[in-house]
Design a protein around this ligand. Structure first.
Ligand SMILES: [Zn+2]
Length: 498
């Protein structure tokens, strides 16, 4: 058995101004051919799980391509087209093949191609020729699964967990089904069901008995009962301004499309039934800082509207402004993207003190830069290695990164937005957040891994590239009615699945 594998992962956000170009993907790495297996080996990536599973099954693996990038607005057409060509050419060169495995995020946006992952799968399918050759795809739980994707891939498996800790398992699961399909043991078919509804990402944890954990439990139960080979639920990256984006249920069955549709519907209804309980309470920056000062322990302030992992720019100075005004002497740490300020700090050197105008330069739609006289405490290269999550083991950089200090507030000024996991980026520049009464994060879920006794978290609300209140966004392309803008008890199936 001979299988080609490739990975091309990006999460888009229609509200974000950020364009991901080749150089942005290059910061994570762009790998071809055998470099894919060399770099993926020993990691916790989805493609690593697939690679290990295929190798254990005695499959000859043909690695083609691997790259990913932090979430943002959209991928520029030039790089997208280049990657699709590379993958397509790689498939042609690898023929004859018995199967293909693709590791995709599922919520990519491009300027021209309206269904980027569907475009990748279609290119692969065209080069394979034979529609019976199985294609297996692993996706993020926030994927926007299109009808075209489900039509062209026999096997689609999404992450089960949020925080995402199961990328490896997801790749292994998709590849395991692929092996069984290639051996003729199963005849996998994938079906989706979708409603015109989006739910807040922040309340979508699969921890404990939280609402999405109940959906996860239902899905595992359906698998255990033998109702489907694999069941996935996609609460979806909600900041996608497209008509066919909505919460989705998905099932893969053994040659039974009607059963797959039924199971997908059951999972979809489980998300819909819980739609009112995904919204968490949040505060303004000033309220959050006051509450943190009053709290006896430590507080993680979650700057949700500026969450880099959701595609926002990471340069909102709203919380910095509140810290300097409300609690300037409190030990606090904040990360903010501002390449100009970082470069200036490198010119001035460690120990210098100067007036800086920080933030709101990449995205100036909501805030103005905050002026502050601060001392340059440390300069660093921003390099760190992820200790967990879907990029576990990968080394990335925030670029030229300067640690500034004003009173108790330490301002870590990086050159790039990045996917925050835990506190690796702070530690890389010498900040121990255990010593900070307030530490801020620009992600929607991974901060939960830093909670413990005496540590609380407070989400912020306000304007930004990833606003919490989805009903307040001026959507241009969503069809009405949709949840949560229109409070209806009647779910609206999207046309793609009607
Ligand atoms: Zn995700």
């Amino acid at each position: 058995m001979r299988v080609a594998i490739a990975s091309f992962e990006f999460e888009g956000n229609s509200l974000s101004l950020r364009v991901a170009r080749k150089e942005d993907f290059a910061r994570f790495g762009i790998f071809h051919g055998e470099d894919v297996t060399r770099v993926a080996a020993g990691k916790q990536f989805s493609i690593t799980g697939a690679l290990d599973t295929l190798t254990e099954a005695g499959v000859e693996v043909v690695p083609i391509f691997m790259s990913r990038c932090v979430s943002g607005g959209h991928v520029d057409d030039t790089f997208y087209d280049e990657v699709v060509d590379i993958i397509a050419e790689g498939i042609s060169a690898a023929l004859p093949l018995d199967g293909v495995y693709l590791s995709l995020h599922g919520a990519m946006i491009c300027a021209t191609e309206k269904d980027p992952e569907g475009g990748v799968i279609r290119a692969v399918r065209e080069r394979l020729g034979d529609p019976a050759i199985p294609i297996a795809v692993s996706l993020d739980l926030h994927a926007h699964v299109t009808q075209r994707m489900a039509d062209m891939a026999q096997i689609i498996v999404g992450y089960e967990t949020y925080p995402h800790v199961d990328a490896y398992r997801t790749g292994a699961c998709a590849a395991g089904l692929l092996v069984r399909a290639m051996k003729g043991e199963i005849d996998p078919v994938t079906r989706i069901r979708k409603y015109n509804a989006i739910v807040p990402v922040l309340g979508g944890a699969t921890l404990g008995d939280e609402p999405m954990a109940q959906v996860a439990a239902l899905s595992r139960g359906l698998e255990a009962e033998g109702r489907a080979l694999s069941v996935s639920y996609f609460p979806v990256q909600p900041w996608l301004d497209m008509a066919d984006v909505g919460v989705t249920g998905l099932a893969v069955t053994d040659g039974d499309p009607a059963a797959a549709t039924e199971v997908a519907q059951q999972v979809l209804d489980a998300i819909w039934d819980r739609r009112r309980v995904f919204e968490l309470p949040a505060m303004t920056p000033a309220e959050a800082v006051r509450a943190a000062v009053d709290y006896p322990g430590r507080t993680l302030i979650v700057d949700a509207p500026d969450a880099m992992g959701a595609g926002a720019q990471g340069d909102s100075p709203a919380l910095l402004s509140a810290l300097l005004e409300v609690a300037p002497e409190t030990d606090a740490a904040i990360y903010i993207v501002d390449p100009e300020t970082a470069a200036r700090a490198f010119e001035l050197g460690e120990g210098a003190e100067a007036e800086f105008h920080i933030g709101a330069k990449q995205d100036d739609r909501w805030f103005r830069p905050v002026s502050v006289v601060a001392r340059i405490e440390r300069l660093c290269d921003g390099r760190f290695t992820y200790s967990g999550g879907p990029a576990s083991g990968a080394t990335v950089t925030t670029g030229q990164t300067a640690l500034l200090r004003k009173g108790g507030v330490r301002i870590l000024v990086g050159s790039f937005p990045f996917y925050e996991h835990m506190d690796e980026h702070y530690a890389a520049c010498g900040i121990d957040i255990a010593g900070c009464k307030i530490a801020s994060f620009k992600n929607l879920m991974n901060y939960r891994k830093l909670l413990g006794p005496g540590v609380q978290y407070i989400p912020l609300h306000g304007p930004g590239g990833a606003p919490l209140r989805l009903q307040d966004v001026a959507w241009e392309n969503r069809q009405r009615p949709f949840w949560p803008a229109d409070d209806t008890d009647q779910p609206q199936p999207l046309p793609a699945t009607a």
